[in-house]
Design a protein around this ligand. Structure first.
Ligand code: NAP
Length: 488
């Protein structure tokens, strides 16, 4: 046994973030008997994105029976696509029932992680210090709001806020509401707000393809059947997984028949459900369906055709005290302006200071753009792993399954550290570079590069995503390649 062998099995872990992936990590560590961990959460509740986003109409466009942990299925989902509040309650319940809440340090953000003498030294914003063997960064992707730099925005006399920072004190009923953006967020919000607003103006820079999807409620009988038959619940999940695999495989092959089928469904939705030809043309995208993240909605077209709704396609020139002035000179008078303008998707755990082996910083490693081997490990940052890190699968499918697979992969990497055979593991630089070159090449075939602007694309216009099939991801996550990692 080498030097490290004096403490086999006694690893201490830090999990950063108590969102979906952080809760998962804590539950799974505990399940493995690795009970020496702390979860650091800057907010006062678990839930991550589901805690932060509370906008009207928030739901998840991945069916709830798929967007749940494999180890915590529930028969109780109210709808095929359940609402955000229900999802938040689910995460709170899982954390509570698995007894991990006491291991969460709430209200204290990790400010720095430094790798010194084989261990990670953490310091929080409140000055708390900790020393751990392994760090799992479960800090989320869609987390840092992207604010548009409209002239005059500070002069607006109404209420203005980002979609992920909803101001619940603002009166919405009868209000003149403006929404900037046409992403998943804006679309869900439009459907929810149009019947409450006096007038709703949707400021569209780019039209979006909309995939129709009914959102039926589960009846009491269906829920009772799920309760009495876990097999039926498991079968439903399997069916949903298979359905989503079709989509996941289609988007990485822009010319696939499945992709054509998705495009036809979106086109049919537009053609048959938007009655006014002028509005239909304004809503018609000029790029291939699913090039941007595909939007799923049962009722957006209905909502935007309500008499009190308006689709504004003229460019926003500036914000004035009374509302939004568009390039055609028109002033759209508003009481509330919601910026559904998306997120800085390349931030990950930044702005946290991370200093790896030999003093190399994350800021240096990611000076050009974020990168990691298999989106999990960064060369020079031993025993530091990410869930839903850079360039991972982020299509319209369950990030829970992604995180579960990545977590199991990380545990395999950590095993030789836990057994005492080694002290450190991280991906080799060569492995990361080879992986990146293959990823960039494979991305050429994907639908994301067929001619649109989207948050999937990095500064070079290359999708910052997994460009292969989801099955390949599952296979790769089964066993880390021995050559790709350096153990010391
Ligand atoms: P998004 O997809 O990035 O959309 C941002 C929107 O704001 C786009 O329409 C963009 O226009 C517009 N925009 C940005 N800056 C602008 C500016 N300066 N002037 C005018 N328009 C501007 O953001 P999101 O809707 O918040 O969604 C982000 C991601 O969150 C989604 O893709 C999805 O992954 C996730 N999400 C998921 C769900 C779900 O149900 N699972 C729900 C909501 C969000 P352009 O298109 O022209 O850039």
């Amino acid at each position: 046994m080498n030097e490290a062998g004096d403490r086999p099995g006694a690893l201490r872990f830090a999990i950063i973030g108590a969102g979906m992936a952080g809760i998962l990590s804590a539950v799974k560590l505990k399940e493995r008997g690795l009970t020496d961990f702390t979860v650091f959460e800057k907010a006062d509740r678990v839930g991550g994105t589901w805690r932060e986003n509370t906008y009207p109409g928030l739901s998840c466009d991945v069916p709830s029976h798929l967007y749940s942990y494999s180890f915590a299925p529930t028969p109780e989902w109210s709808h095929r696509y359940s609402a955000g509040e229900e999802i938040q309650a689910y995460f709170e319940r899982v954390a509570h029932e698995h007894g991990i809440t006491d291991a969460i340090r709430f209200g204290d953000e990790v400010a720095s992680c430094r790798f010194v003498d084989g261990r990670w030294h953490l310091e929080t914003a409140r000055g708390h210090r900790d020393e751990v063997d392994v760090v799992i960064a479960a800090t989320g992707v869609l987390h840092h709001p992207r604010f548009p730099d409209f002239d005059g925005i500070d002069d607006f006399e109404g209420a203005v806020f980002h979609s992920s920072r909803w101001d619940h004190d603002v009166q919405l009923d009868g209000a003149r509401i403006g929404i900037v953006g046409t992403g998943s967020t804006a679309v869900q919000m439009t459907s929810a707000l149009v019947n409450r607003a006096g007038r709703l103006s949707l400021f569209q820079r780019t039209a979006q393809w909309i995939m129709p999807a009914e959102n039926p409620r589960y009846s009491d009988d269906e829920k009772a059947a799920f309760r009495s038959s876990p097999e039926q619940l498991a079968e439903l999940r399997t069916n949903l997984t298979q359905m989503f695999d079709v989509f996941a495989n289609a988007i990485v092959d822009a010319d696939s028949p499945e992709m054509k089928m998705i495009a036809e469904m979106c086109l049919e939705n537009l053609e048959s459900n938007v009655r006014d030809p002028e509005l239909r043309e304004a809503l018609r995208p000029d790029y291939q369906a699913a090039c941007k993240r595909l939007i799923v909605s049962p009722d957006f077209y209905e909502a935007i055709q309500q008499p009190n709704a308006e689709l504004v396609t003229d460019r926003i020139e500036r914000i004035e005290p009374a509302g939004v002035r568009t390039a055609d000179g028109r002033l759209h008078e508003l009481d509330v302006l919601v910026l559904a303008t998306g997120f800085k998707t390349d931030a990950f755990m930044r702005p946290m200071t991370v200093v790896g082996r030999d003093g190399g910083t994350l800021a240096q490693a990611w000076a050009v753009r974020p990168n990691a081997y298999m989106s999990v490990s960064i060369p020079g940052f031993p025993n530091f792993f990410m869930l839903n890190g850079p360039n991972g699968p982020v299509g319209n499918f369950s990030l829970i399954e992604v995180a579960e697979l990545q977590f199991a992969y990380i545990m395999k990497l950590v095993e030789p550290i836990r057994s005492g055979d080694y002290r450190e593991v991280s991906a080799s630089r060569e492995a990361m570079e080879d992986h990146e070159a293959a990823r960039v090449k494979a991305a050429e075939k994907t639908v994301w590069v067929t001619g649109c602007r989207s948050w999937y694309l990095d500064d070079r216009g290359i999708p910052a995503t997994w460009p292969w099939s989801f099955d390949r991801f599952r296979t790769e996550m089964q066993r880390p390649s021995a050559e790709a990692f350096e153990y010391r």
